[in-house]
Ligand binder design. Structure first.
Ligand code: NAP
Length: 242
C-alpha cells in the first residue's frame, strides 16, 4: 500500500507520513525544494518503521510537474492514499493584499488539489479503490481577517472534497478533509506572541494543537474504521470554533 503526502518535509505533512508509516504504508514524501530534505532525517525515520520511503521533489501547483510525479509513483504499484497537505500563507488585510500573493496562495493551496485529485483520481478509478484526504483549515469554514486568499483557497477545498466524494464514491473511493485550527508548526510560529495568546483564549481545550492531533485523524479517515465516511470535514481545533 502506497501513500503520497504533499508538502511533507516537515510540519503536519511529516507527522502524517510517520503515522501512516506506522500503519504500514509505504510513504512517498514530497516537497517543492531539494533543500527541504537536506539535514532532514525524516526518510530514515520512516524506513526504520519497516516500510519503503521515497522522496519526490515537485511543485504541486504545477500541472506538468504533477503529471511527472504521478507517472513515477505509478511505477511503485497502486496509489492507495493521497493526502493533499501542501499549503502556504501570504497574509495581509485585503486592502493591502497584492494580486501576486492572491494568485500564489490560490495556486499552491487550491490548484494543487485539482492537479493531483484529477491525476491520482484517474488511477484510483481504474483500481476501484483509494482514499483522499484534503488538509483545509478552520479559516476555510469561518473566514479569517487578514487571510482573504488563504480562506478562499481552503473554502474551495471543502467544496472540492464533497464533489470528489460524490464523483468517485461509486467506485469505492472516499474523500474527506481535516480542518485544523491552531497547530504548532513553522507556519504558526510566524504569528506574533500577541496573536498566539489571543488564539489560546478562544480554544476550549486551552492548548494549541500538535501535528500528531491532525495525523491521527488522517490515519483514521483512510482506515477501514472510517469505511462509511466520505465527503466530511473534520475540525481538529480543540473546540476553537464553537
Ligand atoms: P509548513 O510547516 O509550512 O509545511 C508546509 C510544507 O509544504 C513545507 O514543507 C513547504 O515546503 C511545502 N510546500 C509549499 N509549497 C509547496 C508546493 N508548491 N509544492 C510542494 N510542497 C510545497 O505548514 P504546516 O503548518 O505543516 O501546514 C500543512 C497544511 O496544514 C497546510 O495546507 C496548511 O494550510 C494546513 N493548516 C495548518 C495549520 C496550522 O496551524 N499549522 C492550520 C490549519 C491548516 P517549503 O518550506 O520547502 O516551501
Amino acid at each position: 500500500m502506497n501513500a503520497l503526502i504533499t508538502g511533507s518535509a516537515r510540519g503536519i505533512g511529516a507527522a502524517i507520513a510517520i503515522k501512516l508509516a506506522e500503519d504500514g504504508y509505504n510513504i512517498i514524501l514530497n516537497d517543492i525544494s531539494e533543500k527541504a530534505f537536506e539535514n532532514n532525517d525524516l526518510p530514515e525515520k520512516i524506513k526504520a518503521l519497516g516500510v519503503e520511503c521515497y522522496v519526490k521533489i515537485a511543485d504541486v501547483s504545477n500541472y506538468e510537474q504533477c503529471e511527472k510525479l504521478v507517472s513515477e509513483i505509478k511505477q511503485l504499484g497502486t496509489i492507495d492514499v493521497l493526502v493533499n497537505n501542501a499549503g502556504i500563507t501570504r497574509d495581509n488585510l485585503l486592502a493591502r493584499m497584492t494580486e501576486a500573493d492572491y494568485d500564489l496562495v490560490i495556486n499552491v493551496n487550491q490548484k494543487s488539489v485539482f492537479n493531483l485529485t484529477k491525476l491520482i483520481g484517474n488511477v484510483m478509478l481504474r483500481q476501484k479503490s483509494g482514499n483522499i484526504v484534503n488538509v483545509t483549515s478552520v479559516a476555510g469554514i469561518y473566514g479569517n481577517a487578514g487571510q482573504f486568499n488563504y480562506s478562499a483557497s481552503k473554502g474551495a477545498l471543502i467544496a472540492m472534497t464533497k464533489t470528489t466524494a460524490k464523483e468517485l464514491g461509486s467506485r469505492g473511493i472516499r474523500c474527506n478533509a481535516v480542518a485544523p485550527g491552531f497547530i504548532r508548526t513553522p507556519m504558526t510560529d510566524k504569528l506574533t506572541p500577541e496573536q498566539q495568546a489571543e488564539m489560546l483564549k478562544a480554544i476550549a481545550l486551552k492548548r494549541y494543537g500538535e501535528v500528531e492531533d491532525v495525523a491521527n485523524a488522517v490515519a483514521f479517515l483512510v482506515s477501514k474504521n472510517a469505511g462509511y465516511i466520505t465527503g466530511q470535514i473534520i475540525e481538529i481545533s480543540g473546540g476553537l470554533s464553537m
